[in-house]
Write a protein that binds this ligand. Structure first.
Ligand SMILES: Nc1ncnc2c1ncn2[C@@H]1O[C@H](COP(=O)(O)OP(=O)(O)OP(=O)(O)O)[C@@H](O)[C@H]1O
Length: 257
């Protein structure tokens, strides 16, 4: 699904990635954690083919980047990035924003087939927002907008879903609703790679975790094996305790019990 081998990225005098290896198999759902600036978004941009490494190899969905038209591979990748939201016109009706996910462009200027509208409403239903279909996108809350983007991304039935801090700025309620909606898609034939700063967002749908520090992956594997106090301490340089409740990890900073 994703095989990154010994990726490096040098910009000027700076090594942004210093030998990143990551292996995501079909059906696995990964979370990538690490401090600000450690290189997480850079890794996502390489997987989506927007950035090329200085050295190393990127294989995504069976294609080696550099030997394939990345635009073709991208058709099977859903990418929800922080900048995506800004690309939409706030007065466009919600269903049209979702419908655009069936095509490779951002805005629709032609008359859309009724079948596409019906599918858009079906995807909106899956995230609990069918009732907003005719509303202008700009009238939705931040959490609802994120779910609309999720519905939009699912229009192309991606094999790989990449999410860069999708819950940033959401309140507790909106965050949980977004994660519920995401879990609703996890049963489909797709793998996810999810970047966050919030360990409690590692809900049961996620199976694996990779920890990143200073341009390297310091640990990767099944979540319970990776989310140990020792390995988290290495990444965050703080004493960290992890409690598991409701099949989710919860963090306490500090050494005490
Ligand atoms: N074009 C560039 N030239 C120089 N440095 C860059 C360039 N692009 C990114 N960087 C640096 O690379 C580092 C990694 O950036 P990246 O956005 O991947 O980090 P991140 O882990 O996603 O951070 P955050 O959690 O804050 O979003 C940062 O220190 C950033 O300043």
């Amino acid at each position: 699904m994703i095989h990154l081998k010994d990726l490096t990225l040098r910009r000027g005098e700076r090594d942004i990635l210093r030998g990143v290896d990551l292996h995501v198999e079909p059906g696995q759902h990964w979370v990538l954690l690490g401090r600000n600036g450690c290189g997480k978004t850079t890794v996502l941009e390489m997987i989506t083919g927007y950035l090329f490494p200085t050295s190393g190899t990127v294989d995504v969905l069976g294609h080696r980047y550099g030997q394939v038209d990345v635009r073709e591979v991208r058709k099977n990748i859903g990418y929800i990035s922080p900048s995506l939201m800004e690309k939409f016109t706030l007065r466009d009706p919600v269903w049209e924003i979702v419908a655009g996910g069936a095509f490779a462009y951002l805005r629709i200027y032609e008359q859309l087939p009724e079948e596409i509208k019906e599918r858009s409403i079906l995807e909106l239903e899956r995230v609990g927002l069918a009732h907003t279909a005719e509303q202008p996108f700009g009238t939705l809350s931040q959490g609802e907008r994120k779910k609309v983007l999720l519905a939009r991304t699912m229009m192309s039935s991606p094999q790989l879903l990449i999410l860069d801090e999708p819950c940033a700025g959401l309140d507790l309620y909106e965050r949980e609703k977004f994660l519920d909606a995401l879990a609703g898609f996890a049963g489909r034939e797709l793998s996810m790679l999810y970047v966050t700063h919030h360990i409690e967002e590692i809900v049961p749908l996620f199976t694996h975790v990779a920890l990143m520090a200073d341009g390297r992956i310091t640990a990767q594997g099944e979540k319970r094996e990776v989310l140990t106090p020792r390995q988290l301490q290495e990444v965050y340089d703080l004493p960290i305790q992890v409690d598991w409740a409701d099949h989710r990890p919860w963090i306490r900073v500090g050494g005490g019990k």
